[in-house]
Ligand binder design. Structure first.
Ligand SMILES: [Mg+2]
Length: 618
């Protein structure tokens, strides 16, 4: 009845106390505060924490306060196989909502990071191009400009130009009719060029405090995960974070708006796009440079300039040209996309493409991943759609693009197979195709731009492509990770059970356990990303990203190739919610039972992260 093993720590080792050597099977912890048994103070108070297995406590004899630490012992040995039997398949489709593929008649796709996947080289390209644009084409961010009485231009950080008016080619607008002469205040420091893209720095879904210039991870309840707040490339100490935010909670009015966009008053911008990974990294590098060199700067200007530079890499065609010039270097996963489209076509499904990318770029990419006849697979192709405006703005008509990329002027009465259309809007699309409601499933990687409006306003089914899912699940399936999580759950359970002991000595021990739990949590975070941890969870909660994913996506998966493992003709099996399912070992402090009654899925509270996987998974 006692959670104690030997380690020579229990004098006398009473016969009924199991020892580690005999294979301890522990059912609880002993409160040694009262009573006696030989040299032990002992009451036999039982704390049933985990059914018939708790863990192995190593400690000196006597009072609870004398326990030194909890050892990963029997619990791990018995819990790990249980956890390992509930591992999640990285190729599975995960569901937030009941849905049957047999009901889906029409499949829609985004292009970038949905039909096509890019290699690691692309983010390096974007980072380098944006960094160079920033250096070459943007002003020093805190340059204060003024026009004097004599009409001459002055710059606090530079020198007077002594000339007015200035040639338009060398002026950059600062707004409100004031201009900065680039010959004077000029560009961002060329030293920024020494920063290289680090693919392991940021993760998607982070928030950036535009005014304070700090990047951080926030959970589903708007709490900052301490230890994941970065100013430049350095972590901000917890105490400083708590002082800055008067705690760790971020009020709703400071967050990006419902669609994830920043507008007036929203100082917390969320980075949801896969393309935003180089943006976050560049922002952090430039912040780092200014901070290291004690340069006084305005973070709001820096944020805008970096954002504009990243945007320009797209809008000026730099990225598109580079990919088209070396398609094999940048595009991957081609065969699987081709197989998915062929499978859907074989089952008579209609398919369409709605992308923000330009026509020639998409055509070259699709020729590479599917073949020159790729348009035969699609009933409708729409490029430069300008999502999310495509879903909201009724005024923009479709425009046909001919084979040479020339825009035609005739009115569109029908969306024809084999043609490419530009812009347009969803309302017109629905009118021309009649593809309404839950028979349509649209896949995209951007939870806001691709999926939010469809879920909230238009009633299409939505599928999120989350490539990070595959790599994170592979990590979660390693024995090392499972063992660490088993220990974390043990420790948390012990804390929950033993915190009732209020005496000073017990409190000291509890503090030690809390310290250890913090260290183990840090360890689990580092399995994923050394700075920010998992995309899907903080120490104890789902992330803000996962919450949004749960709201806007009916299903989600690592890539479209996951569809290859499912039969699209039959409904998914009905599986009762596993809320309370004893087969899923979950700790109350670490698992996130969010909903009941979803059928067609089984809930898996795997390794701290709530995911529900379709039972049809291979
Ligand atoms: Mg995309």
């Amino acid at each position: 009845m006692v959670a104690v093993d030997g380690f020579g720590a229990v004098p006398g080792d009473p016969e009924w106390l199991p020892s580690r050597d005999r294979g301890v099977h522990v059912v609880g912890l002993v409160d040694f505060n009262q009573g006696s048994l030989g040299p032990l103070s002992f009451t036999g108070t039982l704390v049933e924490a985990f059914g018939d297995v708790v863990g192995v406590v190593r400690g000196r004899c006597g009072r609870l306060g004398q326990f030194q630490r909890v050892q990963l012992g029997v619990l791990t040995q018995e819990l790990v196989p249980s956890l390992m039997s509930n591992l999640l398949n990285p190729d599975a489709i995960f569901s937030n909502n009941e849905m049957s593929l047999s009901d889906i008649e029409i499949y829609g796709f985004d292009y970038d990071y949905t039909l096509v996947f890019y290699s690691k080289h692309l983010h390096t390209l974007i980072f380098n191009a944006a960094r160079d644009l920033l250096i070459n084409e943007h002003r020093i961010p805190n340059a204060e400009m003024a026009v004097g009485k004599n009409g001459l231009f002055s710059c606090r950080r530079g020198r007077d130009t002594g000339a007015s008016p200035w040639p338009p080619c060398c002026r950059h607008a600062l707004g409100h009719g004031i201009f900065c002469d680039v010959d004077v205040a000029s560009e961002y420091p060329a030293e920024i060029r020494k920063y290289e893209y680090d693919p392991s720095f940021a993760i998607r879904g982070l928030h950036y405090d535009v005014h304070r210039a700090v990047l951080m991870k926030i959970d589903a309840f708007h709490y900052i995960q301490l230890g994941t707040v970065y100013r430049g490339l350095s972590v901000v100490p917890d105490e400083e974070v708590i002082e800055m935010y008067e705690g760790s909670h971020v009020p709703l009015e400071q967050m990006s708006d419902f669609y994830g966009k920043s507008s007036h008053g929203n100082t917390m911008k969320q980075f949801m796009d896969i393309f935003s990974l180089p943006e976050m990294t560049l922002l952090s590098c430039v912040n780092e440079h200014f901070l290291r060199n004690n340069i006084d700067y305005e973070p709001v200007h820096l944020y805008k300039d970096v954002k504009d530079s990243i945007r320009d890499v797209h809008t000026k065609g730099i990225m598109y040209r580079a990919i088209e010039a070396d398609i094999e270097k940048y595009i991957c996963y081609a065969e699987q996309t081709r197989a998915v489209l062929a499978k859907l076509a074989d089952h008579g499904k209609k398919m369409f493409l709605v992308t923000n990318s330009p026509s020639s770029f998409v055509d070259k990419g699709m020729r590479y991943i599917v073949g020159k006849d790729w348009r035969d697979l699609f009933d409708v192709v729409i490029v430069q759609a300008e999502k999310p405006n495509f879903f909201n703005d009724k005024r923009r008509p479709f425009r046909k693009v001919n084979e040479k990329g020339v825009l035609l002027w005739d009115r569109i009465h029908k969306l024809q197979k084999g043609q490419i259309y530009k812009q347009g809007n969803l309302y017109e699309f629905l009118k021309l195709t009649g593809w309404r409601g839950s028979k349509v499933l649209y896949f995209g990687d951007h939870i806001y731009s691709d999926l939010a409006d469809l879920t909230l306003k238009h009633g299409w089914r939505t599928g999120a492509i989350i490539p990070e899912l595959r790599s994170e699940l592979k990590i979660m399936n390693t024995e090392q990770y499972v063992q660490t999580m088993a220990w974390l759950q043990t420790l948390t359970g012990l804390l929950e059970q033993m915190q009732v002991h209020r005496d000073p000595e017990s409190q000291l021990v509890l503090q030690e356990w809390k310290k250890e739990r913090k260290e183990v949590r840090e360890m689990t975070k580092n399995f994923f990303n050394a700075q920010f941890g998992s995309l899907f969870r903080t120490d104890q909660n789902p992330t803000y990203f996962l919450r949004r994913l749960s709201r806007f996506a009916d299903v989600y998966m690592a890539s479209l190739s996951c569809l290859l493992h499912y039969d699209v003709r039959i409904p998914f099996l009905h599986v009762a919610s596993s809320l309370g399912d004893p087969s899923h070992p979950c700790d109350s402090a670490l698992c996130f039972p969010t909903s009941v009654g979803f059928n067609s899925v089984s809930n898996h509270f795997a390794n701290d992260t709530l995911v529900r996987v379709w039972s049809q998974a291979p």
